[in-house]
Design a protein around this ligand. Structure first.
Ligand SMILES: [Zn+2]
Length: 332
């Protein structure tokens, strides 16, 4: 089981590196800027109030700064300072303060949970999308700094252990059980409903010829495409071939010479789809894929957190929603 999990995680990491533009967890899929800045004034004034807050011990992490010529410069940084460089790369500082605070807790929890990830190379975390993007304090912003200060030292626990605080850009309408994506059960990474559904709609089209070629390039040769079989998408409704949220678990492509079954993850990887929450149909001489959301759908949805914050939810409520059964604790 552990071996399977390791393989799944490796596949996931590899997939993340191949498709850096896809809005997956950790640093991938940085939320786009929005114009909503109504609560800036009050939050910045709070930031000033907090600047004199006495601060005690905090953990340090060794960050491996990778350069183009594959050299690594190792910097030892206090975790809260590290987060000041990380957070604006994860979520636009224009997001609602409560969403920023939730993201700060998720990024802090992720960093501390994965602190030994690059131990063999002599540091804790790298500064790329593989871990979390960190390019120093030139990226810092007063609003994200404020969110970090407001949640100083706070992390998420499940059964007295730090959680794997995965997150993604937008769920499209419902987040996902981790087990349905990676085959591994995380009791706190459960499918959860969103304020809004059918968010971030997207459409991609392939000619029948290109669709068949892409499959063949991935050792799934079927010849001319005849049909694609999967239950129609109904967000939040499971089917034999769809997960609880409606994401594609498996579909069948019927071709002239063969038919193949593909998992949603395989489809996403082969066709560079934003998510596995999609419908697929043949229209004329094209395969048309209509989907929602951006990212794997596990854990916190960044745009979902923004929507909850706008309806009055506080960051601890947002975190409790996306990481079910976890406890928010101040670690230091
Ligand atoms: Zn890394």
């Amino acid at each position: 089981m552990k071996k399977i999990f390791t393989l799944m995680m490796l596949a996931f990491l590899l997939f993340s590196m191949i498709l850096p533009s896809v809005g997956d967890s950790k640093s991938k899929g940085k939320a786009k800027s929005k114009s909503k800045t109504a609560d800036i004034t009050s939050e910045v004034s709070k930031l000033k109030d907090n600047s004199s807050k006495p601060k005690g011990w905090q953990p340090e992490i060794k960050v491996g700064i990778l350069s183009k010529d594959s050299k690594v410069e190792i910097k030892t940084i206090k975790i809260e300072e590290y987060l000041r460089g990380v957070l604006p790369k994860e979520m636009s500082p224009s997001f609602n303060g409560e969403a920023l605070k939730a993201q700060a807790v998720a990024a802090r929890t992720f960093a501390l949970k994965n602190r030994k990830r690059h131990q063999a190379e002599g540091y804790d975390l790298c500064n790329t999308t593989h871990c979390q993007v960190y390019n120093g304090l030139s990226d810092a912003h007063e609003r994200t700094d404020w969110a970090i200060d407001e949640t100083f030292g706070e992390v998420l626990f499940y059964n007295d252990k730090l959680i794997e605080a995965f997150f993604h850009t937008d769920s499209g309408g419902m987040t996902e059980n981790a087990v349905d994506v990676w085959g591994t059960e995380f009791p706190y990474l459960r499918a959860s409903t969103e304020v809004k559904t059918k968010t971030m709609p997207w459409t991609v089209k392939f000619s029948l010829k290109d669709f068949s070629k892409k499959l063949a390039d991935n050792n799934k040769k079927v010849g001319d495409i005849k049909s694609v079989k999967v239950t129609k998408l109904d967000i939040g409704k499971a089917a034999a071939d769809r997960s609880k949220s409606g994401r594609v678990k498996e579909l069948t492509v019927v071709g002239k010479t063969a038919q193949v079954k593909l998992t949603g993850n395989e489809m996403r990887s082969i066709f560079a789809l934003k998510s596995t929450l999609f419908d697929i149909a043949i229209s004329g001489d094209e395969v048309v894929i209509n989907g929602y959301g951006w990212g794997h759908g596990i854990g916190l949805s960044q745009y979902g957190a923004e929507a909850f914050a706008e309806t009055g939810s506080t960051y601890d409520q947002i975190l409790a929603h996306y990481y079910s059964g976890t406890t928010l604790k101040r670690l230091y």
